[in-house]
Design a protein around this ligand. Structure first.
Ligand code: HEM
Length: 481
């Protein structure tokens, strides 16, 4: 039970400030500008309650559909205390993402930015961001996946699946796999009691992202700050040990080593605190995203038996050429075309990062309108992915749509589950590999049925309500081989 001061009291305190902000927003400066059409609705709450109630329902799409029908694909709304320009248009989204640092800058709610720490990649700007973004990408690119990570991934997925029997809560299992894998990738640590304890603290930390960012008003946030402190202390010990090892000339080939060797901000290397923030945020970024996508892939496949059958066929054929315990190799990974279609389609239909927030750093002209300096902008990736004009029968799961045109630039311009521009997800290829290896072992080793009905929910994040419990049964591998 949350014994914090109730939300209504919090709103009461913040009311005068928000009212002032609202009046300022409607101030004369904006009267001369041609703002995107839309509705700012009521002071303080704007359209926040409509948005929340839509996204808490089974079908959140009408919130956007109705506004697009009335105002067009770029419209103004007022959500979470601020006027916000909302884009459901692929070209505008691309313009926003490509102009990161020039016309727009990323903008996270304070609940997230306080908890990830100021030295994380998510909050870095300018040339340091460019350098560290490229360093992060280089630790998750094709060559690294091929030479190192695929083997680790294969081993960790097998290890986790070995223990599966009877009822399995898929979302929890997927989270465990992605967490253990990311710890291995970043710091070369194998799963153990320490990593599991760290993960438990992470769960508390992430819960703090979606609550009122005030320790006074929210128990969840207070717990998240406490968990953040514990995670940072644990990571600091790892960083110190590795710094000593590195000074003795013992080198490992992982992200932490690269950070220890980097010249840092001022040329003297990064401090322990900077490295801890950096690692902590990477663990956050890959954890919920990849595990939720794994869970959604299984849900969509279960509900589409033809697709599941075709996927099994593809993976049984790969396994048939190898022994039961032989590790997947790069050429196996590269011979999973239908799996890649399933992954694409899950990313599109799931759109678990429904969009990205930016803030205009100057008045910006878009599609004949002006977005005033300081305004928030939401580039909705989901709205583009679920638009029937962009994808035929856009709201159903159809992996076959990717089969003949996966290389088409038109489609790739519309399909941006990993964002774009300078902040494009550095973990994109890794996430694809994680999904593919997981699906390989899942379908070759198990058949399953849902343990109970479980629906999608969309607020505060997209996931299934109950974490998708399934009943698993081991397949007879001799029939596959
Ligand atoms: C299915 C899984 C994933 C999805 C859908 C996803 C999606 C995204 C999106 C849309 C962004 C852009 C945010 C923005 O522009 O503001 C992003 C950024 C980011 N992602 Fe991912 N991601 C996934 C997995 C991962 C993984 C496995 C990692 C771990 C390496 C990761 C690390 C990051 C980081 C560090 C950023 C921030 C980049 C920056 O601000 O420069 N993501 N992700």
């Amino acid at each position: 039970m949350d014994h914090s001061i109730p939300l209504s009291l919090y709103l009461l305190f913040s009311l005068p400030l928000s009212l002032l902000l609202f009046l300022l927003v409607r101030s004369s400066r904006h009267r001369g500008l041609r703002l995107p059409p839309g509705s700012l609705s009521f002071p303080l709450v704007g359209e926040t309650l409509q948005l929340i109630s839509a996204y808490k329902s089974q079908n959140p799409e009408p919130f956007i559909d109705n506004r697009v029908a009335r105002f067009g694909q770029v419209f103004t709304t007022h959500v979470f205390g601020e006027p916000t320009v909302f884009s459901a248009d692929a070209d505008t989204n691309r313009f926003i993402l490509q102009n990161e640092g020039k016309l727009f800058e990323s903008s996270y709610p304070s609940s997230i930015s306080n908890l990830v720490g100021r030295h994380s990649l998510l909050l870095m700007k300018g040339s340091l961001h460019r350098r560290m973004h490229s360093l992060t990408t280089s630790f998750a690119n094709f060559a690294i996946i091929k030479d190192h990570l695929l083997g680790d991934l294969d081993r960790l997925v097998r290890l986790n699946l070995d223990g599966w029997t009877g009822r399995v809560l898929l979302m929890d299992e997927a989270k465990k796999i992605t967490f253990e894998f990311t710890v291995k990738q970043l710091m070369s640590l194998d799963p153990c009691e320490w990593t599991e304890n760290l993960r438990k603290e992470y769960i508390l930390l992430i819960e703090g992202f979606f609550t009122i960012p005030s320790p006074l008003f929210s128990n969840t946030y207070r717990r998240a700050i406490h968990a953040r402190r514990k995670v940072a202390e644990a990571l600091k010990l790892v960083v110190r040990d590795r710094r000593r090892e590195s000074e003795r000339g013992e080198r490992k080939k992982d992200m932490l080593e690269a950070l220890l060797e980097d010249e840092g901000r001022g040329g003297d290397g990064f401090s322990d605190e900077e490295i801890v923030d950096f690692l902590l945020a990477l663990l956050v970024a890959g954890y919920e995203t990849t595990s939720t996508t794994m869970t959604l892939a299984v849900k969509f496949l279960t509900e589409t038996p033809l697709a599941l059958a075709q996927l099994k066929e593809e993976h049984d054929a790969i396994r048939a050429k190898k022994g039961e315990s032989e590790t997947l190799q790069w050429n196996d990974y590269k011979s999973m075309p239908f799996t890649q279609s399933v992954v694409n389609e899950t990313l599109r239909l799931g759109s678990i990062i429904s969009g990205v927030f930016r803030r205009a750093i100057m008045d910006v002209d878009v599609k004949g309108y002006t977005i005033p300096k300081g305004w928030k902008v939401f580039a909705s990736l989901r709205a583009v992915h679920l638009d029937h004009d962009n994808f035929k029968d856009a709201r159903s799961f159809d992996p076959w749509r990717w089969q003949n045109n996966s290389g088409s630039t038109d489609l790739l311009n519309l399909f941006t589950p990993f964002g774009g521009g300078p902040r494009r997800c550095p973990g994109a290829e890794l996430a694809r590999a994680e999904l593919s290896v997981f699906l390989h072992h899942l379908v070759t080793r198990f058949s399953w049925v849902p343990a109970e009905e479980d629906k999608l929910v969309f607020f505060p994040t997209t996931r299934t309500q109950k974490g998708y419990p399934i009943i698993v049964q081991r397949r007879d591998m001799s029939r596959t081989l």
